[in-house]
Design a protein. Sequence first.
Length: 231
Amino acid sequence: MSGDGPRTKVRLKDARAHTASSQRWLSRQLNDPYVQRAKSMGYRARSVFKLEEIDERFGLIKRGRIVVDLGAAPGSWSQYAVKKGARVVAVDLQPMDPIAGVTIIEGDFLEAETEQALVQVLEGQDRVDLVLSDMAASSTGRKLVDRLRAEQLGEAVLTFAEAHVGQGGAVLIKLVRGAEAVLQQQAKTIFRSVRILRPEATRSDSSECFLLALDRLPAEGTPAQEPGSLR
């Protein structure tokens, strides 16, 4: 992150009031420049800077594009997308505080009633330009189990994207290392370009990475358009 001078490490005033794990988490939050920057800019989470980096590199989000943000809470990705002028629908199982300009659907994106709600929100527009997913499966601490859970969740998002992203559109999915190989192969049958990214804002001790699939291929029977034609 450019433009930041030397930082003095912040220490907890009453560390004894917290468990060891809570102390580590709080200390990390207090000393994380991305956390402080997100707060100063009014974003709800530091993860916004991962999306910002990817968007600036690949031009995913532009005015008028339709974006569906899956597992959107607390909402920083939706905040960013709507500020860029996109039409944003945020979907999450948990209630979310409102975001100006964002339509929020509370529900499981895998459930038919949630998809029906999405169709109603889009008012007859049957395809979206971009699906975002910053979701993470619950961690067990066992690498194999966590990888399989990440694969399963990633496959569900990719299936959702296949059903809803229009020709030329894209999907961005958070994964964990080890889960990307299977998802890459699946994504290549749906999108023209697939790559794995690890933004600078990703914490050094995190195993997360992102699958970015660009330029949705035409479905069978759909006339081909020019490559890379996000609306």
